[in-house]
Design a binder for this molecule. Structure first.
Ligand code: ADP
Ligand code: MG
Length: 320
């Protein structure tokens, strides 16, 4: 089977004892996609990634990577995957090059090709300059890069990264994210994170996982569009307060108006529509016809965070 799909997951279920960690999860990842598995702690992200990387058997359901069943063809699957586990375990007493060579040999690389691949991934991941250092002496950001280099050394088509920026400082986060984006040009990437801005910045598609279920799967942009129905308009207007409120509340399609004082005699108006109306033109026409000064007019986009809260809350209510 080769239909442009890199990962297929169908009704994947995992129970730990009596605890249901994954509840009939289904999704696909296409070749070349960078997909983010987004969810709070305990959502089932690590469980999903460990099953896909053949480190953990599922209780039921189906999963394949590059057309190979992860249960019956795990050898083939492992060759296709570069997996960076959560809290990537590295050997602190080994030197960077030594460690990568050791890992490359475990993955079946030999001789010149092994040396060549280790050099290549050290360059790609920006660790060539520390190749003689002990891993235990590296900063967390550098250790993460060594983990990425390890994941890449056998030239896998698919990279699976479990919370790749966990525990890094903001500069390290930025550079690891850039590295992931760069890797995404030549690989399919599935990463997990509980950080919303991470998927917005690095991924083409998001799977929202909550309590072992996929609640939404779409591009970050489309998830935002779903919510645009309730997008507020923000306007800064210089006008007499009483009249401003009356006229805004009177506009067709306006549900609720919140006004606060801003600087320079301006008022900041948050206007919430009823239905899906985009109220910007109405507000502009009103200001123009009244001769009011208008210095800001924009429609608020919901952040992925709003969407996440909206979706998980909705799901929680359904359960009750
Ligand atoms: P995430 O990576 O999204 O934080 P996990 O996949 O680690 O979530 O965990 C999902 C659920 O499964 C959690 O409720 C967790 O407590 C439980 N769990 C994970 N690993 C084990 C395990 N080895 N034994 C028992 N329960 C586990
Ligand atoms: Mg986890």
């Amino acid at each position: 089977m080769n239909d442009g799909s890199m990962i297929r997951v169908d009704k994947l279920t995992k129970e730990y004892g009596g605890n249901l960690a994954l509840d009939a999860v289904s999704f696909d990842v296409g070749k070349g996609e960078i997909v983010g598995l987004l969810g709070p702690n305990g959502a089932g992200k690590t469980t999903t990634l460990r099953i896909l990387s053949c480190y953990l058997p599922a209780t039921s359901g189906y999963a394949s990577v590059a057309g190979h069943d992860v249960f019956s063809a795990s050898e083939k699957v492992r060759k296709c995957i570069g997996y960076m586990p959560e809290n990537n375990p590295l050997y602190p007493e080994m030197r960077v090059r030594e460690y990568l060579q050791f890992r490359a040999k475990i993955k079946g690389l030999r001789g010149q090709n092994c040396d060549h691949r280790v050099n290549t991934v050290m360059e790609e991941c920006g660790v060539a300059d520390v190749h003689r250092k002990l891993i235990g002496h590296l900063s967390k950001g550098y250790r993460q890069r060594v983990g990425l280099a390890d994941a890449l050394v056998h030239e896998p088509d698919l990279i699976i990264l479990d919370e790749p920026t966990q525990g890094l400082d903001p500069n390290q986060i930025r550079s690891v994210r850039e590295l992931i984006k760069e890797l995404g040009k030549a690989h399919t990437v599935l990463l997990s994170t509980h950080i919303l801005s991470e998927v917005e910045m690095t991924c083409n598609r998001v799977l929202i996982l909550h309590k072992g279920r996929i609640l939404a799967a779409d591009t970050p942009e489309n998830l935002q569009a779903v919510m645009s129905d309730s997008s507020q308009v923000i306007a800064e207007i210089k006008a007499p307060l009483g009249r401003l409120r009356l006229e805004l509340e009177d506009l067709p399609g306006v549900g609720y108006v919140d006004i606060t004082a801003s600087d320079g005699d301006y008022f900041r108006c948050s206007i919430t529509p009823v239905g899906g109306a985009d109220l910007r033109e109405e507000v502009y026409r009103l200001a123009r016809s009244e001769g009011w000064d208008l210095r800001e007019l924009r429609r608020c986009r919901h952040s992925l965070e709003d969407i996440f809260i909206h979706i998980t809350r909705r799901n929680g209510e359904e359960e009750e």
